[in-house]
Design a protein around this ligand. Sequence first.
Ligand code: PLP
Length: 382
Amino acid sequence: MAIDSLAKQMKADGIDVVGFGAGEPDFNTPDEIKAAGIRAIEENNTRYTPASGLPGIKKAVCERVKADFHVEYEPSQVMVAAGAKHCVYVALRALVNPGDEVIVPAPYWVSYIELVRMMGGVPVVVTAEESAGFKITAQQLRDAITPKTKAMILNNPSNPTGMVYNGEELKALVDVCVENDLYIIADEIYSCLLYDGLKFTSVASLGEEVKKRTILINGVSKAYAMTGWRIGYALAEPEIIKVMSNYLSHCAGSCCTISQKAAEAALSGSQEKIETMRQAFEERRNYLVERMNQVEGVSCIKPEGAFYVMMNMEKLVGRTVHGQVIHTCDDFSQAFLKYGLVATVPGTAFGAPNFVRWSYATSMENIKKGMDRLEAFLKEFQ
Ligand code: PLP
């Protein structure tokens, strides 16, 4: 946040800062989805809906999930809320009692830790090393389990690393969850963004025992460039969804009716635009990763999904730039913004010291500029 507000201030002051902090697609919401939203207003779909969502969107969610992941859910197993983040929150509300432990693989999406704490729960961090492709193993998971463990949050593909667990790796992890009677909160918000021809495997598709323990979370934010519409959804066993929906009903009520209508159109309409955006992301990733690995002093592994790259800056620790010693990735990001005019997110926010996250949800032109500036900035190190 500190870097972000400084970057915004610099931009407001007319300084040409290039931003790589974005957690949202830089594309616009496709026209036909916008039109569905406009139509919803014109047709006076402007009143409350059932707290857990309109029947139409629930049906569209079930059909989408069946087509994409080959898993069957009934509309009574769906809760629609104001974004995937809200769904994670409500899922934790339903599952976690004070003192319960929730396993969170690191590097993690920043909100998970805070969300678990908000429930009075205890986040138990299991670190996935870069050398392991930023993926945890079944043994690491097993070692982290105690009698108090209630659930694991599994984000695949991952923000911030972009790594993707394949079906086999996932199976090894979820088997441990089944053996130990744990819930799996599967945040699959980036499920449509995989590269190199890889196919996504949803946790829910790994057998009935796994599906029963899974709260599957997804949404329209990343897939359809709809971050501002605020629609996410959760799928689970009916009794879990009932508790979640009751909670939602009292704390927020239904989410925006117009957005629900637009999201229904997104989920049930042509999925072609997703592919166009996915290809653009893949092209950007290829360019960024190749350039980054040509620069002396930093490196990155090639992520297979989402739109983030974790840059390893370990070799720069202890070196000096513009008279300032770089001790941490926070120092690096601050100096890079100040002297290199590039905004990135330091890995400390994600439980990943010595890494810096670059989001490539920005134009190719900006990515080229950013890489040129990285090259120039690193030459200034002593
Ligand atoms: N989950 C992860 C891993 C994310 O990276 C994000 C957004 O950055 C979200 C959830 C939030 O999605 P939504 O906009 O649907 O709340």
